[in-house]
Design a protein around this ligand. Sequence first.
Ligand SMILES: [Zn+2]
Length: 467
Amino acid sequence: MKYKIFTNPAASKYLSIQATLENCDLPQIEVQLPAWRPGRYELQNFAKNIKSFAAFGENGKNLAVQKITKDRWQIQTAGSKTIEIRYEYFANQADAGGNFVDKNLLYVNPVTCCVYVEGRITETCEVYVSGNEKQEMAGGMKAKFIDGFHHFKTDDFYHLADLPFMLSAKMQHEVYEVNDVPFHIWVAGHCEIPWDAVLEDFRKFTETQIEVFGEFPEPDFHFLLWVLPSAFYHGVEHRNSTMMVLGPDTQPFEEMYIDLLGLASHELFHAWNICKIRPAELMPYDFTKENYFKTCFVAEGITTFYGDWMLYRSGVFDENQYKRELETCYRRHFEIADNAAQSLLDSSFDLWLDGYAQAVPDRKVSVYHKGAIAAQILQFLLEKEGKSLDDVIKLMWLRFGKPFVGYTFQDYKTCCEEIIGYDLTPYFEKCISGTESLWQDVNALLEPRTLQLNKYEDGRVSLEVLT
Ligand SMILES: [Zn+2]
């Protein structure tokens, strides 16, 4: 499929998209717009952003189009070998998973606005974005400017789905290298950045993460940061990039910087954990409907735990800052969800139902926060045997991530048990499939570190130094 994206930000917030299918030999085709995007496991029904949809055959003749689901269209090809689909897509969603256009920036998440043809999702894609030579394209692609278009190719639609980009003539861009892998940082929006210090910190946590796994999964990586005038905190992981949105741009950089480090370290860890070490149920993605899986406590919980732990272990966060991050995680779980009816497995499965919205009281747990606490408890058990969660996640990388074969819940449990050397059923029954409070377990692991969790009458939880 070839996509051409045109914009006219002075007149409209709509992207004009032309998707061209060649070598068509069927009397009818079905065209799908994804209903969800990787990184957020809920239906978002992106087709609601499409204003008009039409298809044309050779010589520009209009083809019959019938909508057959909320985001799927059936086109009668009338013998045309080449089909051109045209639609208008509203691009005014300023977050890490949306699309946006104004005079300074075009920001696109192809998975949300590019259609694919059923049966041809594994074919290469080509993208042409109208623009000018002064603009740079920030993202994991290798783009070239040719005849008025920024152009790039992808292996298939899954690859395109993982390639968000920012196109602008006003971006900051720096690069650092670790193990000969270039790591790019692109910044759109207003932000004065002390680059020397930032590059040093990013290099440190990148080195520490690569040491855990022994290698980086991709030939390059791109941190895309968009700083907004309004308060914002959102990041989304991709194969060789991450999109991060922070704000407000009026705050001093140091205030935003802790958020940026936390987000960047978390998203980089995803380059291994979920982009490559991926639940079997998500292989391949089915963009038409829910892809239920029960192991988001591995994908997000372990990543949340490691995001801050890597910053601490690399010396970017000092002990006090790491303690503050741990306290935030404990508060988000123990103040809100300590009595929840669901286990981590249940809440992972139900991400598609209410995972990203406020749930009814005492119903769900966060796969991020309770997942991180479960990971920390496992690390505590592993340490007692002279092992580390590093050994488990590295085994997961070698066994499932590097060969890119999905893992199941049982695979994860087996890896944990192989490393620790005993049956971990009691841990899994309590922390992962159980609903019992983990308050005592957390305090047991904090005590040797002379720390303690306390809960006050007003429900507030705090992490305090034992005296
Ligand atoms: Zn995450």
